[in-house]
Each structure stands twice: as structure tokens, then as C-alpha cells.
Design a protein around this ligand. Structure first.
Ligand code: IPM
Ligand code: MN
Length: 347
């Protein structure tokens, strides 16, 4: 039987429960479609940090490189380990080392989920640059602790980086409804964002079948609330995409439905799939974490692995569960009940 080697990093807090739920559903989908998922679990987390002084071993990245994909729960427990340490010790190095430059986040309402908007029909695919831009990590501090202290953090936009994320966006738009919205702030940031706009305009000539619009980030934030149905593919820089995808999660009913994929489109290294929500330490002990975002992320993983029928079956099973009212409100159903409903819909 065909099999895929998956690295599981449940991580912290609710990451553990939702990864377990997703894994169970994916395994069932695989058996139904005639392939096996061979999982190896890595306990890398804030627990691991407290025991070893690092979020993952020094050869962690090399260990992960041998897998076909990574399924991650959540990273962080700020009361125990500062976020700047835990995220820069695990999640962010994986995204960068494996050149997972396309962070894909679908935003639409699942059947049965209310959401805060009057508009109920929208289907947005946010594509966030995931390796450079405002989160490149270039900067420093001088004159520490004095009145003259200075902190500098520089955005880095490279031709290669901007071009490849936009090209990825154009390709996705071509496969969907043929519309691409490019998000910048080129009225205020006259170097990096003008550069981005120029590359968008040049690539647009290669994709005459894609209708391109340019938005400033502030206007896009408003549009996602007022007219989300007007949007198809939205491409944005690391910071802008980060903010817009929390907004996207909000309009789709909450972070419990927000799936995401960190993709290396060239497949030179494994891609990583994770729900957008964090570890939610405050509810970690309650057993009520919504596993839907993790399961949906798992469906995106199957899709990436070429298992399109199984991916569609998982998504359909999620929709059957939510259309029956299961997992449609925070805390109403337990993680286990929601998982059971998805499993039973999967058959
Ligand atoms: C996300 C998260 C991370 C990010 C944090 C935890 C560093 O907010 O995946 O959106 O900004 O990339
Ligand atoms: Mn975020």
C-alpha cells in the first residue's frame, strides 16, 4: 500500500488534542482511499524547552527534512516560555528552513456556522508571504537600558521573494475564480511596497486571464468585513497577511475554523500544516478545543500529498458535521464529540 511519512508536532496546549483529532480523521480517510499515513511524533514544545533548554534538538530541522509533510498543533505557552523564544525556536525556523514561502489560509463559512457578518457567501483564499518581509528578523538594539536606546527592525523584500509569492497567487487565482487582490501600503511605504506593486503589474501581463486589483492594507481590512464576497485570492506580505488572516478567521466564525498550510511549492523540502489558532493554554484542560481547523489543515495536507479524493472526503465530512450543528459554537461540543461526528460522516 502507498504510504506517506508524516512528522507530527502536537506542541503545546490545545495543539495536542486537535492534532490527535486530525490524525485520527486523516488515518481513517487514508484507509478509505487506500493509502497509509505513517506518523512519527516529536514532543517539541514548551515542556521540551523546560526539560532541555531548547524547543527542539539541534538537529531538529535535519530530522524533519526526511518527511513528506509536517502536521503541527500549536506552539507557545507565554506564562512559561516567552513567545519570542518558543516561536523563534520551533515554528518560525521550520517555515524559513524549509522555504515554506506560501502560507495559504482559506476563509469561508462552513455550513451551520453563523459568523458575525450579514454576508454569508464568501470564499477567500489568503496567501501570505511567509519567509521574509516585515518578519525577516533583521534588526538590532543599541544603547540598551539608557535613555538613548534605539531599536531597529528592517523589512526585507527581495525580488525573488516577492515574485514567487505573487506568482503562486496568480496560479491559485487561475485555478479558482480568476481574481487576484494584491495588498500593499504603497501610498505610505514608498520603497518596498512600490516594489511589490511593480512586480504585481509585470506579472499581470503574463496572466491576462486573471483580473488584478490593488488594495492598501487599511482598505482591504474594511473590504473583508463589508464586501468579503467580492474577493477571491488575496496576496499579502508577511505582516499584512498575518493580520488579514486573523480577520479572515473572525469573519468565518472564529479561529476554530481557520486552517492553514505553509507550502514549499517547489517541494524542495516538506511543507507544514497547522491550524491558525494558538495553544490557548486557558482552555487546554477543558477538552473543548475545536479540532475543525486542525482537521481542515490535515485535508490541505492530503491535497498537497496528491490524495485529492481523500482530502475532499475529509472536507465533506467536516461540512456534514457542522451542518448538523456539531462544532458550530465555541464550547458547545467537546473535542471528542466533534471528532466523532466527523469520523462518522466519513464512514
Ligand atoms: C500565525 C501566528 C504566528 C505568525 C506567530 C505565532 C509567530 O500568528 O501563524 O499567524 O505570525 O506567523
Ligand atoms: Mn497570526
Amino acid at each position: 500500500m502507498k504510504s506517506h511519512k508524516i512528522a507530527l508536532i502536537p506542541g503545546d496546549g490545545i495543539g495536542v488534542a486537535v492534532t490527535e483529532a486530525a490524525w485520527e480523521v486523516l488515518g481513517r480517510a487514508g484507509r478509505g482511499a487506500g493509502f497509509a499515513l505513517e506518523g512519527t511524533t516529536f514532543p517539541w514544545s514548551c515542556d521540551f524547552y523546560e526539560k532541555t533548554g531548547a524547543m527542539m534538538p539541534a538537529d531538529g530541522i535535519e530530522t524533519l527534512r526526511g518527511f513528506d509533510a509536517i502536521l503541527l498543533g500549536a506552539v507557545g505557552w507565554p506564562a512559561r516560555v516567552p513567545d519570542a523564544v518558543s516561536l523563534h525556536g520551533l515554528l518560525l525556523p521550520i517555515r524559513k528552513a524549509f522555504v515554506q514561502y506560501a502560507n495559504i489560509r482559506p476563509h469561508r463559512l462552513l455550513p451551520g456556522v453563523e459568523g458575525p457578518l450579514r454576508v454569508r457567501q464568501f470564499d477567500i483564499l489568503c496567501i501570505r508571504e511567509n519567509t521574509e518581509g516585515e518578519y525577516a528578523g533583521a534588526g538590532g538594539r543599541v544603547h540598551g537600558g539608557t535613555a538613548d536606546e534605539v531599536a531597529v527592525e528592517t523589512s526585507i523584500f527581495t525580488r525573488k521573494g516577492v515574485e514567487r509569492i505573487l506568482r503562486f497567487g496568480f496560479e491559485q487565482a487561475r485555478r479558482r475564480r480568476g481574481k487576484l487582490a494584491s495588498v500593499t501600503k504603497s501610498n505610505a511605504q514608498k520603497y518596498s511596497m512600490v516594489f511589490w506593486d511593480e512586480i504585481t503589474a509585470r506579472l499581470a501581463t503574463e496572466y491576462p486571464d486573471v483580473a488584478v486589483s490593488n488594495y492598501h492594507i487599511d482598505a482591504m481590512a474594511a473590504r473583508m468585513v463589508i464586501a468579503p464576497e467580492s474577493l477571491d485570492v488575496v496576496v499579502a506580505s508577511n505582516l499584512f497577511g498575518d493580520i488579514l488572516t486573523d480577520l479572515g478567521a473572525a469573519i468565518q466564525g472564529g479561529l476554530g475554523y481557520a486552517a492553514s498550510a505553509n507550502i514549499n511549492p517547489e517541494r524542495s523540502a516538506p511543507s507544514m500544516f497547522e491550524p491558525v489558532h494558538g495553544s490557548a493554554p486557558d482552555i487546554a484542560h477543558l477538552g473543548t478545543a475545536n479540532p475543525i481547523a486542525a482537521i481542515w489543515s490535515g485535508a490541505m495536507m492530503l491535497e498537497h500529498l496528491g490524495e485529492t479524493a481523500a482530502a475532499a472526503a475529509v472536507l465533506a465530512a467536516i461540512e456534514v458535521a457542522t451542518s448538523r450543528g456539531i462544532g458550530t459554537e465555541p464550547g458547545k461540543h467537546s473535542t471528542k464529540d466533534i471528532t466523532a461526528a466527523v469520523l462518522s460522516a466519513l464512514g
